[in-house]
Design a protein around this ligand. Sequence first.
Ligand code: ADP
Length: 321
Amino acid sequence: MITGAIAVMTSGGDSPGMNAAARAVVRTAIAEGIKVFGIYNGYKGMLADEIVELNSRSVSDLIQRGGTFLGTARCKEFKTVEGRRQGLDNLQKHGIEGLVIIGGDGSLTGGSMLSKEGGIPIVGLPGTIDNDVWGTDYTIGCDTAANTAVDAINKLRDTASAHRRIMIVEVMGHTSGWLAMTSGIASGAEYIIVPEVKYDIDEICEEIVESYNKGRRYTIIVVAEGACSGVGLKNVVQEKTKIDTRVSILGHIQRGGSPSLEDRIKASMLGERAALAIISGVNDVVFGFDEGKVVSINLFDSVNNKKPLDPELVRLASVLV
Ligand code: ADP
């Protein structure tokens, strides 16, 4: 049971809804009569003692904003025992008894090491547009990012159709095809290429040529960056089909923007749960969603397992795409 202070931080890649989650942590802690500190700029800020006490007003006018008001960073020093020791010393200096970390797989792994070595209670919230954290079917920001990708693909389809082009759309996802798969299905793409599923580019190109010979006006291929580079794929497809092929790399626009309704609500629910849990003495868990309900996942299980791409999405794509 915590009676003094907790801290909240965001780390790794930012995602829309991190603000809503941090806001919920801060306001819940204050409602419970617990002090709450914000750690700015991820583990880098923890090591540099960028740790500031927050109040309810510190998180006003934030729920609708993308990014993270706490800032985020990557920090090599935190991967060393000495680095983590320094971070822990700074937390202790401020009387922080527990920590809520909002971030992706890497950030939660860092948190699990801090907990193991330093004995400080940690609660993690999955914040990443990739939706690739084990044990939860939702991560903060994935819904906004997928909607941004769908919106872009809709626009690219108009211009591809006008010119009878093949349009390759590269979306984010180094090891996870969730974003490509969901945005591809939702935008009616003709092909979706993801790291988790084998594909045959010769077969795809033959099918495309055949469909254009029958009068087709456009083809959309959505590719996750980790499966193949969009530019590389464009060169191969253009060469094999002899059809005018263009590539659009959506890049960082997928991370930004005002969070969707789903991201605001779910991030708020997770933030409240995280604050209540850490205050009541819960340790080493990640909160996520399973079939619409908040669930707790063991932190070490979450970071030591790789989440597979939902086979139901793969099956659906094989029928509809
Ligand atoms: P994400 O949290 O989005 O997956 P990263 O993988 O870049 O992003 O991780 C963010 C930060 O978390 C890293 O810069 C590092 O400080 C910390 N981190 C990542 N992996 C580890 C690890 N194995 N051990 C300790 N800290 C880690």
